[in-house]
Design a protein. Structure first.
Length: 313
DNA sequence: GGCTAAGTCAACT
DNA sequence: AGTTGACTTAGCC
């Protein structure tokens, strides 16, 4: 199977599903969340095939966003004008793609409805994750008495013991398709395999709430009377469709315990997936994704590239 | 052939 | 923009 790089598909349809493409787009931006229009731009910028028949594939893409539980919708902040919500990857969606095949997932990510008797305690995994991150954040704040450090926030040794497979393991999707300099591959992989960036997404989307509040470490996240939790997380986004977590990938065949070669450094990372704006789009101005995103990196106190692995499984 | 993921279309909000 | 359902196509067992 040929492994062409960016834009080498020319007008041919790239061997990626819409889910893959969407995940790529989301992963390409530092905030790990993109509005729909930016997802469109990302895909059209990199795959000429999708510059035509936009109505058709964009409808399909929207269908995928809504239909697949691996995507979560994050409403814009009130002070972030613009159309549409942000879209991000679900914290627990894991690596779903079969080795080598990015048109068909190895397993389907599905949010499982919680049974009624679990309802009183049915905090979503995502919400729980956010709570943990909030605790870490507060701990770091208390320790430093200042703004959050770039690294130490996520180096407190809590829930960071396992090697987290990035949502969709995007490195699984395209990592082997591109050759990049080793140093870049290393730094990129650090960010790619780091903990799920939802925390960062939310601090980005709702820093005014996430950073300052209100975080009773024992308080259940469901205390919010509005649509938003104490962490600025729109609960509806985490449990969209009225469903509740936990969300689990549903295997359709035995899942290998590990990806060969993934325990060590990954061989190759696509340059355009790097969080470095310069490397996002090596052959064309990188305008469509991170730089024009309403949620600017400067709004965040932490960078995804500095996050350490956080186990959510 | 059955199952399931993916893609498409369309109606609706 | 976003959701949902129906239907078709295709890959895997």
């Amino acid at each position: 199977m040929p492994r062409p790089g960016r834009n080498t598909y020319s007008d041919q349809k790239p061997p990626y599903s819409y889910i893959s493409l969407t995940a790529m787009a989301i992963q390409s931006c530092p905030e790990k969340m993109l509005p729909l229009s930016e997802i469109y731009k990302f895909i059209m910028d990199r795959f000429p095939y999708y510059r035509e028949n936009t109505q058709r594939w964009q409808n399909s893409l929207r269908h995928n966003l809504s239909f697949n539980d691996c995507f979560i919708k994050i409403p814009r902040r009130p002070d972030q004008p613009g159309k549409g919500s942000f879209w991000a990857l679900h914290p627990n969606c894991g690596d779903m793609f079969e080795n080598g095949s990015f048109l068909r997932r190895r397993k389907r990510f599905k949010v499982m409805p919680a049974s009624d008797h679990l309802a009183p305690s049915k905090q979503s995994d995502a919400a729980h994750y956010l709570q943990q991150q909030a605790k870490l954040r507060l701990s770091a704040l208390a320790a430093t008495g200042t703004h959050l450090p770039q690294m130490s926030t996520y180096n407190l040794g809590v829930s960071q013991t396992s090697t987290f497979k990035h949502p969709f393991a995007i490195e699984n999707i395209i990592a082997r398709e591109y050759k990049v300099p080793g140093s870049l591959a290393f730094s990129t992989m650090q960010s790619m395999s780091a903990g799920y960036p939802l925390h960062n997404q939310l601090t980005t989307a709702w820093p005014h709430m996430y950073n300052t509040s209100v975080i009773d470490t024992a308080a259940p996240i469901s205390m919010a009377s509005s649509d938003y939790s104490a962490y600025g997380v729109p609960i509806k986004s985490l449990c969209h469709g009225g469903q509740s977590l936990p969300a689990i990938p549903v295997p359709i065949k035995p899942t290998p315990t590990s990806m060969p070669g993934f325990s060590a450094l990954p061989p190759h990372i696509p340059a355009f997936l790097s969080n470095s704006p310069q490397s996002l789009s090596p052959t064309s101005p990188q305008t469509a994704t991170s730089q024009s995103s309403p949620a600017t990196p400067s709004e965040t106190l932490t960078s995804p590239s500095t996050l350490q692995s956080v186990a959510v499984h």
